[in-house]
Design a binder for this molecule. Structure first.
Ligand code: SIN
Ligand code: MN
Length: 220
Protein backbone atom coordinates (compact mmCIF):
# COMPACT_ATOMS: atom_id res chain seq x y z
CA UNK A 1 0.00 0.00 0.00
CA UNK A 2 2.88 2.36 0.65
CA UNK A 3 3.39 2.49 -3.14
CA UNK A 4 0.16 4.48 -3.36
CA UNK A 5 2.14 7.42 -2.04
CA UNK A 6 5.10 7.10 -4.39
CA UNK A 7 5.31 10.16 -6.61
CA UNK A 8 5.22 8.08 -9.81
CA UNK A 9 2.43 5.65 -8.90
CA UNK A 10 -0.52 6.52 -11.10
CA UNK A 11 1.51 9.02 -13.14
CA UNK A 12 -0.09 9.67 -16.53
CA UNK A 13 2.96 11.07 -18.34
CA UNK A 14 5.01 8.95 -20.77
CA UNK A 15 7.99 7.72 -18.87
CA UNK A 16 11.07 5.52 -19.11
CA UNK A 17 11.17 3.57 -15.85
CA UNK A 18 14.57 2.06 -16.48
CA UNK A 19 16.81 1.62 -19.52
CA UNK A 20 14.65 -0.34 -22.00
CA UNK A 21 11.36 -0.03 -20.04
CA UNK A 22 8.72 2.43 -21.16
CA UNK A 23 5.21 3.30 -19.93
CA UNK A 24 2.99 5.30 -22.28
CA UNK A 25 -0.35 5.92 -20.55
CA UNK A 26 -3.48 6.06 -22.70
CA UNK A 27 -1.62 5.21 -25.87
CA UNK A 28 -4.60 3.35 -27.38
CA UNK A 29 -7.58 5.55 -28.15
CA UNK A 30 -10.98 4.44 -26.79
CA UNK A 31 -12.03 3.55 -30.35
CA UNK A 32 -9.02 1.25 -30.72
CA UNK A 33 -9.64 -0.25 -27.28
CA UNK A 34 -13.25 -1.07 -28.18
CA UNK A 35 -12.16 -2.63 -31.45
CA UNK A 36 -9.59 -4.82 -29.69
CA UNK A 37 -12.21 -5.93 -27.15
CA UNK A 38 -14.41 -7.04 -30.07
CA UNK A 39 -11.49 -9.05 -31.45
CA UNK A 40 -10.94 -10.53 -27.98
CA UNK A 41 -14.52 -11.79 -27.93
CA UNK A 42 -13.87 -13.53 -31.27
CA UNK A 43 -10.56 -15.05 -30.13
CA UNK A 44 -12.30 -16.39 -27.02
CA UNK A 45 -14.63 -18.46 -29.21
CA UNK A 46 -11.73 -20.75 -29.99
CA UNK A 47 -10.68 -23.08 -31.47
CA UNK A 48 -8.72 -22.88 -28.21
CA UNK A 49 -10.73 -21.32 -25.35
CA UNK A 50 -9.11 -19.07 -22.72
CA UNK A 51 -7.69 -21.19 -19.92
CA UNK A 52 -5.77 -20.79 -16.69
CA UNK A 53 -2.40 -22.40 -17.32
CA UNK A 54 -1.21 -24.85 -14.70
CA UNK A 55 2.03 -23.72 -13.11
CA UNK A 56 3.61 -25.99 -10.50
CA UNK A 57 0.29 -27.76 -9.96
CA UNK A 58 -1.78 -24.59 -9.56
CA UNK A 59 -4.15 -23.10 -12.07
CA UNK A 60 -3.34 -19.47 -12.81
CA UNK A 61 -6.11 -17.01 -11.92
CA UNK A 62 -5.46 -15.24 -15.22
CA UNK A 63 -7.15 -16.81 -18.26
CA UNK A 64 -5.00 -16.88 -21.39
CA UNK A 65 -5.80 -17.27 -25.06
CA UNK A 66 -2.91 -17.20 -27.52
CA UNK A 67 -2.37 -16.09 -31.10
CA UNK A 68 0.34 -17.36 -33.43
CA UNK A 69 1.91 -19.73 -30.93
CA UNK A 70 0.31 -21.31 -27.88
CA UNK A 71 2.18 -20.70 -24.66
CA UNK A 72 2.20 -23.33 -21.97
CA UNK A 73 4.65 -23.54 -19.08
CA UNK A 74 7.35 -23.19 -20.37
CA UNK A 75 7.28 -23.48 -24.12
CA UNK A 76 5.52 -22.46 -27.30
CA UNK A 77 3.66 -24.93 -29.49
CA UNK A 78 1.34 -24.56 -32.48
CA UNK A 79 -1.26 -26.85 -30.94
CA UNK A 80 -2.67 -26.30 -27.47
CA UNK A 81 -1.76 -29.76 -26.24
CA UNK A 82 -2.52 -28.81 -22.62
CA UNK A 83 -6.05 -27.54 -23.49
CA UNK A 84 -7.85 -29.31 -26.34
CA UNK A 85 -5.13 -30.04 -28.87
CA UNK A 86 -6.47 -27.51 -31.38
CA UNK A 87 -4.20 -25.25 -33.39
CA UNK A 88 -4.12 -21.66 -32.18
CA UNK A 89 -5.43 -18.80 -34.27
CA UNK A 90 -2.94 -17.10 -36.62
CA UNK A 91 -1.14 -13.95 -35.55
CA UNK A 92 -2.97 -11.05 -37.24
CA UNK A 93 -1.11 -8.56 -39.43
CA UNK A 94 -2.72 -5.59 -37.69
CA UNK A 95 -1.11 -6.70 -34.46
CA UNK A 96 2.33 -6.69 -36.11
CA UNK A 97 1.62 -3.13 -37.26
CA UNK A 98 0.43 -2.15 -33.78
CA UNK A 99 3.63 -3.57 -32.31
CA UNK A 100 5.77 -1.55 -34.74
CA UNK A 101 3.83 1.65 -34.04
CA UNK A 102 4.32 1.01 -30.34
CA UNK A 103 8.07 0.46 -30.67
CA UNK A 104 8.36 3.61 -32.78
CA UNK A 105 7.56 5.47 -29.54
CA UNK A 106 10.68 4.04 -27.95
CA UNK A 107 14.39 3.89 -28.74
CA UNK A 108 13.97 0.35 -30.13
CA UNK A 109 14.17 -0.49 -33.83
CA UNK A 110 10.52 -0.64 -34.97
CA UNK A 111 10.50 -1.55 -38.66
CA UNK A 112 12.03 -4.99 -38.28
CA UNK A 113 9.92 -5.96 -35.27
CA UNK A 114 7.86 -9.01 -36.26
CA UNK A 115 6.04 -10.45 -33.25
CA UNK A 116 4.68 -13.93 -33.94
CA UNK A 117 3.04 -14.77 -30.59
CA UNK A 118 0.53 -12.90 -28.47
CA UNK A 119 -0.60 -13.90 -24.99
CA UNK A 120 -4.01 -12.40 -24.41
CA UNK A 121 -4.77 -12.47 -20.70
CA UNK A 122 -8.07 -11.81 -18.95
CA UNK A 123 -8.03 -10.74 -15.29
CA UNK A 124 -11.18 -10.74 -13.19
CA UNK A 125 -11.31 -8.58 -10.08
CA UNK A 126 -9.31 -10.99 -7.96
CA UNK A 127 -6.80 -12.28 -10.53
CA UNK A 128 -3.11 -11.60 -10.17
CA UNK A 129 0.16 -12.73 -11.66
CA UNK A 130 3.23 -13.59 -9.66
CA UNK A 131 6.64 -12.12 -10.39
CA UNK A 132 8.24 -13.87 -13.36
CA UNK A 133 10.49 -13.33 -16.35
CA UNK A 134 9.35 -13.73 -19.97
CA UNK A 135 12.12 -16.04 -21.01
CA UNK A 136 10.56 -18.74 -23.15
CA UNK A 137 11.42 -16.80 -26.32
CA UNK A 138 14.64 -17.37 -28.24
CA UNK A 139 14.52 -13.85 -29.65
CA UNK A 140 15.72 -10.95 -27.53
CA UNK A 141 13.28 -8.53 -29.22
CA UNK A 142 11.19 -6.35 -26.89
CA UNK A 143 7.86 -7.34 -25.38
CA UNK A 144 5.01 -4.93 -26.18
CA UNK A 145 2.05 -4.85 -23.77
CA UNK A 146 -1.41 -3.31 -24.21
CA UNK A 147 -3.95 -3.04 -21.39
CA UNK A 148 -7.70 -2.50 -21.62
CA UNK A 149 -10.41 -2.30 -18.95
CA UNK A 150 -9.89 -2.13 -15.20
CA UNK A 151 -6.57 -0.77 -13.98
CA UNK A 152 -4.09 -2.96 -12.13
CA UNK A 153 -1.00 -2.48 -10.05
CA UNK A 154 1.89 -3.68 -12.21
CA UNK A 155 5.18 -4.44 -10.49
CA UNK A 156 8.29 -3.98 -12.59
CA UNK A 157 11.49 -5.22 -11.05
CA UNK A 158 15.08 -6.09 -11.78
CA UNK A 159 16.68 -8.82 -13.87
CA UNK A 160 18.30 -10.66 -10.94
CA UNK A 161 15.44 -11.84 -8.74
CA UNK A 162 11.79 -11.23 -7.93
CA UNK A 163 12.48 -9.09 -4.88
CA UNK A 164 13.28 -5.38 -4.43
CA UNK A 165 14.25 -3.18 -6.09
CA UNK A 166 11.01 -2.98 -8.03
CA UNK A 167 8.57 -0.25 -8.89
CA UNK A 168 4.77 -0.40 -8.71
CA UNK A 169 2.87 1.50 -11.37
CA UNK A 170 -0.78 1.74 -12.32
CA UNK A 171 -1.52 0.19 -15.73
CA UNK A 172 -4.85 1.58 -16.89
CA UNK A 173 -7.04 1.19 -19.94
CA UNK A 174 -5.20 2.08 -23.15
CA UNK A 175 -1.74 1.98 -21.59
CA UNK A 176 1.26 0.77 -23.52
CA UNK A 177 4.20 -0.79 -21.74
CA UNK A 178 7.38 -1.92 -23.51
CA UNK A 179 10.33 -3.79 -22.07
CA UNK A 180 13.37 -4.77 -24.06
CA UNK A 181 17.14 -4.45 -24.23
CA UNK A 182 18.58 -4.34 -20.70
CA UNK A 183 15.02 -4.64 -19.26
CA UNK A 184 13.94 -7.59 -21.44
CA UNK A 185 14.44 -10.17 -18.68
CA UNK A 186 13.24 -8.02 -15.79
CA UNK A 187 10.93 -9.77 -13.34
CA UNK A 188 7.40 -8.40 -13.45
CA UNK A 189 3.90 -9.23 -12.27
CA UNK A 190 0.44 -7.95 -11.38
CA UNK A 191 -0.03 -7.58 -7.64
CA UNK A 192 -3.67 -6.53 -7.66
CA UNK A 193 -6.60 -5.44 -9.75
CA UNK A 194 -8.62 -2.27 -9.21
CA UNK A 195 -12.19 -3.39 -9.97
CA UNK A 196 -14.61 -0.74 -11.14
CA UNK A 197 -11.98 1.47 -12.75
CA UNK A 198 -12.59 0.55 -16.41
CA UNK A 199 -13.50 3.80 -18.16
CA UNK A 200 -16.83 4.01 -19.97
CA UNK A 201 -16.09 3.66 -23.67
CA UNK A 202 -13.21 1.18 -23.43
CA UNK A 203 -15.53 -1.65 -24.48
CA UNK A 204 -14.91 -3.84 -21.44
CA UNK A 205 -17.34 -3.14 -18.58
CA UNK A 206 -15.34 -5.12 -16.05
CA UNK A 207 -12.09 -7.02 -15.80
CA UNK A 208 -8.88 -6.40 -17.64
CA UNK A 209 -7.42 -7.59 -20.92
CA UNK A 210 -3.67 -7.52 -21.35
CA UNK A 211 -2.04 -8.42 -24.64
CA UNK A 212 1.69 -9.04 -24.80
CA UNK A 213 3.41 -9.35 -28.16
CA UNK A 214 6.57 -11.40 -28.44
CA UNK A 215 8.97 -12.60 -31.08
CA UNK A 216 9.46 -16.27 -30.28
CA UNK A 217 12.51 -16.71 -32.51
CA UNK A 218 11.05 -20.11 -33.47
CA UNK A 219 10.88 -21.37 -37.05
CA UNK A 220 7.55 -21.03 -38.80
C1 SIN B 1 2.47 -10.78 -18.40
O1 SIN B 1 3.43 -10.60 -17.69
O2 SIN B 1 2.46 -11.70 -19.23
C2 SIN B 1 1.26 -9.92 -18.29
C3 SIN B 1 1.52 -8.61 -17.63
C4 SIN B 1 0.27 -7.78 -17.52
O3 SIN B 1 -0.82 -8.34 -17.39
O4 SIN B 1 0.37 -6.54 -17.53
MN1 MN C 1 5.22 -11.64 -18.39
Amino acid sequence: MEALFDADFGAREPRRLAPGAYHLPGWLEPRQQRWIVERYREWSQGPVPPRGARVAGHEMSVKTVCLGWHWQPYRYTREASDVNGARVLPFPDWLVRAGRLALAETAFEADSYTPDAALVNYYDGSARMGMHQDKDEKSTAPVVSFSIGDACTFRFGNTEHRNKPYEDILLASGDLFVFGGPARLAFHGVTRMHPGTAPAGCGLPKGRINITLRETGLDA
